[in-house]
Design a protein around this ligand. Structure first.
Ligand code: THU
Length: 138
């Protein structure tokens, strides 16, 4: 498990990412900060669309930013969410869990945070047991 100071740093980055949330339809703001195994952090926010369907979650924004820059080894992600002006726990949606399944190992840490001191830590295996992944196609 990541040390407390590293968890707090990652949550702080997710809170910054959340300030860029583009969510004029749901007014639910999400920020994520993805930590690579070599110590880099990729931030992402949710980005909504008037046609609704093309909207993207914060987690996938961060993961796709990282993968598109050649990163494929991930250690952890911190996620912060809540309605505008509020802070609440926001666990990743099913689609984001499946995208994590593609790129992350079972012990990948998912930090669901309300603040730098209020958070829960899960593993991908806990949030997506028996997930379908690349190994199933081999
Ligand atoms: N959202 C995320 O960004 N991450 C999640 O894991 C849950 C939902 C976003 C999508 C949409 O912009 C808003 O929160 C409300 O669903």
């Amino acid at each position: 498990m990541l040390e407390t100071e590293k968890i707090r740093q990652l949550i702080a980055q997710a809170l910054t990412a959340r300030t860029f949330s583009y969510s004029p339809y749901s007014h639910f703001q999400v920020g994520a900060a993805l930590l690579t195994k070599d110590g880099q952090i990729y931030r992402g926010c949710n980005i909504e669309n008037a046609a609704y369907g093309p909207s993207n979650c914060a987690e996938r924004t961060a993961i796709f930013k990282a993968v598109s820059e050649g990163q494929l080894d991930f250690a952890a992600i911190a996620i912060t969410g809540g309605k505008e002006g509020e802070h609440d726990y926001a666990a990743p949606c099913g689609v984001c869990r499946q995208v994590m399944m593609e790129f992350c190992e079972p012990d990948f840490e998912i930090i669901v945070a309300k603040s730098e001191t209020e958070y829960k830590v899960y593993t991908l295996k806990e949030l997506l047991p028996e997930g379908f992944g690349r190994a199933n196609l081999q």
